[in-house]
Ligand binder design. Structure first.
Ligand code: MN
Ligand code: MN
Length: 456
């Protein structure tokens, strides 16, 4: 008669436990090498190609697709779609959609300046960050630079053991009387998020000797000049790999669980599927953290265009595209809040997700009375309950905090606009949007089983 949550750890067979530990190792290495949306996208496409996925361009050039074919779309190197064709694309798809972008600090177009015998970089934060969390920790620099003659140079500094790291100063406690009286949101301001790039001056150089010296290093190492910053995309992220947490290694701390945990678990699930009856899809979107705009964000038409290209190969037009999208079922795979025993006051105890109790189904998200939320249909939730019960998936329900405490959104509403059935489902995360976030390995495993059950 009564409903009780299941603790995923207690529900594991020996074989499942083995799969969980392997999945956790693979995920940690994915997270550690995929510190930006570009790097995550590269890694996903590398794994997809290895599993036999062929680019949409090649498929279109060949002019033919068949059920069981595996196709990928690379959207500008920052977002992608993987698709395994089912028996009839027009009848709809089963889609898991996640995002690859993570809150971070981007360099400004003209970032470099010198003061106090230090060369520093100005930043503009991306997504929702608590600014004070980014000071006094080791940082890495990743991104792409185009030189004056248009040559692309990829930069990655701060991840290898022997690499230098970067650093944002905080004020010494001894002189922080005024700072400590400020609200937490103002203790460190956006314009104080300046990254130390170098310190050794160019000898006999009167003006900006440190800036001169670091520019010489950039020229020597990457062939770049100061002007090349203008067109570059360079991101500051916390340095270092994802790590096991706890004496029992039950949890993982890493940069970007939101939302690369959904991306990785859905990818792992899709790569194990052969010849699904319905077309199985993973979408890895960009720009979710800043409103899903731009031609790599979910508001863009690249996914619809891909469906149109494929249906055209079956001599089907725009109406078939609309039908395919409207007949689809979508899990909007994004992380959610987790009960934190240190901050119980922001959640409502009967409707909060707990670490270890599995992937979280959120019927709705939103703020101030479900504002901006996709409120999933009871019929669709019922269908999913049946699928998960049959496949023995451990899952739980959860709201993103107390009513009127705050809130958030996902890409769910965008896919629902196409007429598809959509629900939010993701791993509960502690310290969400902090430089290093925390998840349970049990919930990682649960997400993989849920996405797999759905896509199969
Ligand atoms: Mn997210
Ligand atoms: Mn987020």
């Amino acid at each position: 008669m009564f409903y009780e949550k299941t603790n995923q750890w207690n529900a594991l067979t020996a074989a499942q436990k083995k799969r969980l530990w392997k999945l956790a190792e693979d995920y940690k290495s994915f997270l550690s090498t995929s510190k930006t949306e570009r790097l995550a996208n590269d890694e996903i496409l590398r794994m997809a190609q290895k599993a036999g996925f062929v680019s949409l361009e090649e498929v279109v050039k060949k002019g033919k697709v068949s059920p069981g074919d595996k196709v990928y779309l690379d959207q500008k190197g920052k977002a992608s779609v993987l698709m395994i064709l089912g028996e009839d694309l027009e009848e709809g798809m089963d889609i898991v959609g996640s995002h690859l972008d993570v809150p971070r600090l981007d360099l400004k177009p003209m970032p470099l300046y010198e003061e106090g015998n230090m060369a520093l970089l100005k930043t503009h934060y991306y997504g929702g960050v608590k600014k004070y969390q980014w000071t006094a920790i080791p940082l890495a620099l990743h991104g792409v630079v185009f030189t004056k003659d248009g040559k692309r140079v990829d930069i990655s500094i701060g991840e290898k053991e022997e690499d230098p790291v970067f650093y944002i100063n905080d004020l010494l406690i001894h002189l922080s009387a005024d700072q400590m009286k400020k609200a937490l949101s103002e203790g460190i301001s956006a314009e104080q998020l300046n990254v130390l790039l170098g310190h050794i001056p160019q000898k006999d150089e009167k003006d900006n000797p440190v800036k001169t010296a670091v520019l010489k290093i950039l020229q020597k190492e990457f062939g770049m000049i100061e002007e090349d910053f203008l067109s570059a995309e360079l991101e500051i992220v916390p340095a270092g790999p994802a790590r096991d947490v706890g004496i029992d290694r039950g949890m993982i701390a890493g940069h970007g669980h939101d939302d690369r945990v959904s991306a990785y678990t859905s990818l792992a699930a899709l790569l194990e599927i052969e010849k699904p009856a319905r077309t199985a899809v993973c979408i890895f979107a960009d720009k979710e953290e800043v409103g899903s705009m731009g031609n790599t964000g979910m508001e863009s038409r690249y996914f619809e265009n891909m469906v149109a290209e494929l249906l055209a190969l079956f001599d089907k037009g725009e109406l078939a595209v609309r039908r395919s999208l409207a007949n689809s079922r979508v899990i909007s795979a994004d992380v959610t809040a987790c009960f934190d025993p240190t901050f119980p006051e922001v959640t409502e105890k009967y409707n909060v997700a707990h670490a270890g109790c599995g992937i979280v189904m959120s019927k709705y998200t939103g703020v101030r009375g479900k504002g901006g939320s996709n409120d999933a249909n009871a019929e669709f939730l019922s269908d999913l309950r049946q699928v998960f019960a049959k496949k023995k998936v451990v899952w739980q329900s959860g709201e993103l905090g107390k009513v009127d405490q705050g809130g958030g959104g996902t890409i769910a509403f965008i896919l629902a606009n196409l007429g598809a059935e959509v629900v939010d489902m993701g791993v509960p995360v502690l310290s969400m949007h902090a430089p290093f976030e925390l998840i349970s390995k049990a919930d990682l495993y649960s997400a993989y089983t849920a996405y797999k059950a759905f896509l199969e």
